[in-house]
Design a protein around this ligand. Structure first.
Ligand SMILES: Cc1cc2nc3c(=O)[nH]c(=O)nc-3n(C[C@H](O)[C@H](O)[C@H](O)COP(=O)(O)O)c2cc1C
Length: 307
C-alpha cells in the first residue's frame, strides 16, 4: 500500500477518510503509482523526432483521458482543435513569431480552445436562451480548457511522449483564430505539440520557486526579502542549459521580458482584446446571435455563419 496521506486525513493523524473506511477509494488508487515523484521530473519537450509518428488512436485516447478533468458545473467549456493540414501548421508557426518550430515538427498539433459556442448550441437545441458573460466565459473556459489539457499532457507524458504547450499563438491570436476558421464563441488559448522526443527522453531542467512561495499556509502573506532571494536563487539555476540561455542571464530579465511594461504580456493584451471581440465574446450580437442569421462576425462568416 502507498504511504500517501488519504484525502481528508488531518494532521493529528485521525483519518476521516482512511482507506479502511472507504474501500472504494482504496480500490481506485491501489493500482495507481504515486505521481508526485514523476511530476517532479517531468519537463516540456521541444525537440521531436520528425520520423516518429504518434498513431491517431493514441491521440484520441489521450484526449479522451483529458475529458475526465473536473469541469465547472458539468458544462465542459472547451474544445481541442486537431490541426492536421501541414500548411496550416506552417502558418501557425509563422504567426507565433518566435522559435516555435515544434509546431511543425511535432507529430501532432492541437489548439486548446475555450468553447462557449457548443454551450449556446446545446441550449438553443432545447429552445433555451444563451447569454454571453465575457469575463466569466474567459475565466471559466480557460480553467476548464487548461485542466482538460493538463489531463491530455499527463496521459501523453505517462506514455513516454513529449508535450510542448504553445502560448506564442497569443502573439497573433486574431490571425490564428481566422486561419483555423474558428467560429464565434471559440477562442484558442494555447497550442499543444505532441510527439516522440528526439533524444528519447526530456533532459531539460526548469526549476520552480520554493514551495513556501506558492503555498500560503493559514492565509496569504507577501514574501519576505529572504524568500524573494530564495526564489531568484532557485530559478537562476536553470541558466546555462540548452533551452534557458547563457550564464549571464538572470531570472529578473525573464520576468521582465514577460511582465515588464514592454513585455510579452502587455504587448499581447491588445491582441487578446481584439480576439475576444472577433470571436464574439464582447458583442451583444456575438455568441448570442441566432445561428441562422447572416449578420455574423467575420469568424462566423468563415464557417457560413451557422454550425
Ligand atoms: C500556457 C503555456 C504556454 C507555453 N508556451 C510555450 C511556447 O510558446 N513555447 C515553448 O517553447 N514553451 C512554452 N511553454 C512551456 C514553458 O516554457 C515551460 O513549461 C516552462 O519553461 C517550464 O519548463 P518545464 O515545463 O520543462 O518544467 C508554455 C507553457 C505554458 C503553461
Amino acid at each position: 500500500m502507498s504511504d500517501r496521506t488519504p484525502a481528508g486525513g488531518d494532521r493529528a493523524g485521525t483519518d476521516r477518510t482512511s482507506r479502511t473506511d472507504r474501500p472504494a477509494l482504496a480500490a481506485a488508487v491501489a493500482e495507481v503509482p504515486d505521481l508526485a515523484p514523476w511530476l517532479a521530473r517531468r519537463a516540456t519537450v521541444r525537440q521531436f523526432d520528425t520520423d516518429a509518428e504518434i498513431p491517431d488512436d493514441e491521440v484520441r485516447a489521450m484526449v479522451d483521458a483529458g475529458r475526465k478533468a473536473p469541469t465547472s458545473g458539468t458544462t465542459q467549456m472547451y474544445s481541442f482543435v486537431w490541426i492536421r493540414d501541414p500548411d496550416r501548421r506552417e502558418r501557425i508557426h509563422e504567426l507565433c513569431s518566435r522559435g516555435t518550430v515544434q509546431v511543425e515538427e511535432a507529430s501532432h498539433f492541437l489548439l486548446v480552445c475555450i468553447d462557449l459556442r457548443r454551450i449556446r448550441l446545446l441550449l438553443e437545441h432545447r429552445d433555451r436562451e444563451f447569454r454571453t458573460a465575457p469575463a466569466m466565459g474567459l475565466l471559466e473556459g480557460a480553467i476548464d480548457a487548461s485542466l482538460a489539457a493538463m489531463g491530455v499532457m499527463l496521459a501523453a507524458e505517462s506514455r513516454g511522449y513529449g508535450v510542448c504547450p504553445i502560448g506564442n499563438i497569443l502573439n497573433n491570436l486574431t490571425a490564428v483564430a481566422a486561419t483555423t476558421d474558428l467560429p464565434s464563441g471559440v477562442l484558442p488559448i494555447f497550442g499543444l505539440c505532441l510527439g516522440v522526443p528526439r533524444h528519447g527522453e526530456a533532459t531539460e531542467h526548469a526549476p520552480r520557486v520554493p514551495l513556501d512561495a506558492v503555498l500560503h499556509e493559514g492565509g496569504y502573506r507577501d514574501a519576505t526579502d529572504d524568500q524573494l532571494d530564495a526564489c531568484y536563487d532557485a530559478m537562476n539555476e536553470m541558466y546555462g542549459d540548452s533551452v534557458y540561455g547563457d550564464d549571464r542571464r538572470e531570472w529578473q530579465e525573464t520576468l521582465e521580458r514577460y511582465w515588464g511594461p514592454n513585455g510579452f504580456m502587455n504587448r499581447r493584451e491588445g491582441e487578446l482584446l481584439d480576439a475576444l471581440r472577433q470571436q464574439g465574446f464582447f458583442e451583444a450580437r456575438g455568441i448570442d446571435e441566432p445561428a441562422d442569421t447572416d449578420a455574423g462576425t467575420d469568424a462566423d462568416r468563415n464557417t457560413g455563419g451557422a454550425v
